[in-house]
Design a protein around this ligand. Structure first.
Ligand SMILES: [Zn+2]
Length: 419
């Protein structure tokens, strides 16, 4: 059994753009969740719309727009300092949900080329005529918010956008917006987030390919000094689990490494909290959308009006009585908050609920659908339920009569997550 011990964090290095720390007494899922949330779930600002007035350079408008989008912009306190356009009352962009930068440069010297760089991006201060409802966002911005990272700092080399020759010019308005890297990688505050564990490969999670001598061809990493090397006569402990992770977070400068890790943890907390709320909410919330998180994909453009399935606000098919906010079709009378399918007698997976299926489960089984808040009924440590409640093995799905592989696909189910 795992011991109840507190996680330990030991910071080994902290620089302006990176942090290296050791995380102990957590499992791999936790370490990986931190990694992923830092990479993909933290909001920053990045150029999202470019209005090109004039471009006589060698590069096409699209090429330049893409390069502009990838320039990291200072995004300190992005949670409070700027809104998502989708949450704003303006129709396209305004001071509360965007930062406007302008680029206006012309080469007027013969025989010399001019480098157009991120240093040439200047705050414009001019927004659309369509002002959104006033808010407190502007007061929460730090100096230089939304400007390219390292602008006005001689120690940071600017980012090259294009090189223009005599008579050529680029004139553009760039509208930077708030977003997350799940939507586009340009919003990621990190260039790399990685961790290493088990540097001696005691757990044998890695198979080393070698020609002559494994040890000579696979030198140990620096982190190996932190752990005891295995003895030659040591038996392989197949129950051992990693619990010490050497994390390295590198940022692009839009956020500091401290902010990335701390906001990442709080984002993870928020996600888990909403999952708990989602799982707890059951019969009381019957068809009451107001208490459930929105299930339409969120983007910076116009709010999506259609869902990813046929049913309203579901990711699946519509059924005679579509349950609100489920990720899948539900049959008559089926519950809310399931990720499941509703076809009768479907086995295993992210799925089936039936007329009698329980609420808030990740798959109920017709015969054993009694336990609410379970991740599948009947199956022992599977993610899916089995029609008879007969034990599915560890793994996803595959109860009696259920699927054989994957995350469970009942016989009635054809391709995809739902039918
Ligand atoms: Zn706005």
């Amino acid at each position: 059994m795992a011991q109840e011990v507190e996680p330990i964090v030991r910071i080994r290095e902290l620089k302006k753009d990176r942090v290296n720390f050791v995380l102990e007494n957590v499992d791999m899922a936790m370490a990986n969740s931190i990694r992923r949330v830092c990479m993909a779930d933290l909001p920053t600002v990045a150029i999202d719309l470019v209005e090109i007035e004039s471009n006589t350079s060698y590069l096409s408008d699209e090429f330049i727009s893409h390069r502009l989008g990838m320039i990291p912009l200072l995004s300190t306190n992005c949670d409070e300092a700027i809104r998502y356009t989708r949450d704003c009352t303006c129709s396209s962009y305004c001071a509360y949900c965007s930062v406007v930068l302008k680029l206006d440069i012309k080469c007027e010297t013969a025989h010399t080329k001019v480098d157009v760089t991120s240093d040439h991006l200047e705050p414009s201060g001019q927004y659309g005529v369509d002002e959104g409802d006033a808010g407190e966002e502007l007061g929460k911005r730090v100096e230089g918010f939304g400007l390219p990272v390292g602008k006005n700092d001689a120690t940071v080399p600017p980012i090259l956008i294009a090189r223009i020759g005599n008579g050529q010019e680029i004139k553009a308005r760039c509208i930077a917006k708030k977003g997350v890297a799940k939507e586009h990688a340009k919003w990621s505050p990190c260039s790399a987030v990685a961790f290493e564990y088990d540097p001696h490969n005691k757990l044998r999670h890695t198979s080393y390919w070698f020609e002559q001598d494994e040890k000579a061809e696979w030198p140990l990493s620096e982190n190996a000094k932190e752990e005891e090397p295995p003895r030659d006569d040591e038996l392989f402990d197949f129950n051992a689990k990693p619990n010490k992770f050497y994390m390295q977070v590198e940022t692009v400068g839009s956020l500091t490494p401290q902010e990335v890790v701390l906001r990442g943890l709080s984002e993870l907390q928020t996600k888990l909290a909403s999952l708990m709320v989602g799982l707890k909410s059951g019969p009381d919330l019957d068809n009451d959308d107001s208490n459930l998180p929105p299930s339409v994909p969120q983007t910076n453009g116009a709010p999506a009006t259609t869902s990813w399935g046929n049913g309203a606000a579901t990711w699946g098919n519509a059924s005679p009585r579509p349950a609100a906010n489920s990720w899948s079709p539900t049959g008559p009378g089926a519950s809310n908050s399931t990720w499941g399918n509703a076809s009768p007698r479907a086995g295993g997976a992210w799925s089936p609920g039936t007329a009698a299926a329980s609420n808030a489960s990740w798959g109920g089984s017709p015969a054993a659908a009694t336990g609410a808040n379970a991740w599948g009924n009947g199956a022992s440590s599977g993610w899916g339920g089995s029609p008879s409640g007969a034990g599915a093995g560890a793994g996803a799905g595959a109860g009696a009569g259920g699927a054989n592989a994957g995350w469970g696909s009942p016989p009635q189910q054809q391709g995809g997550w739902n039918v």
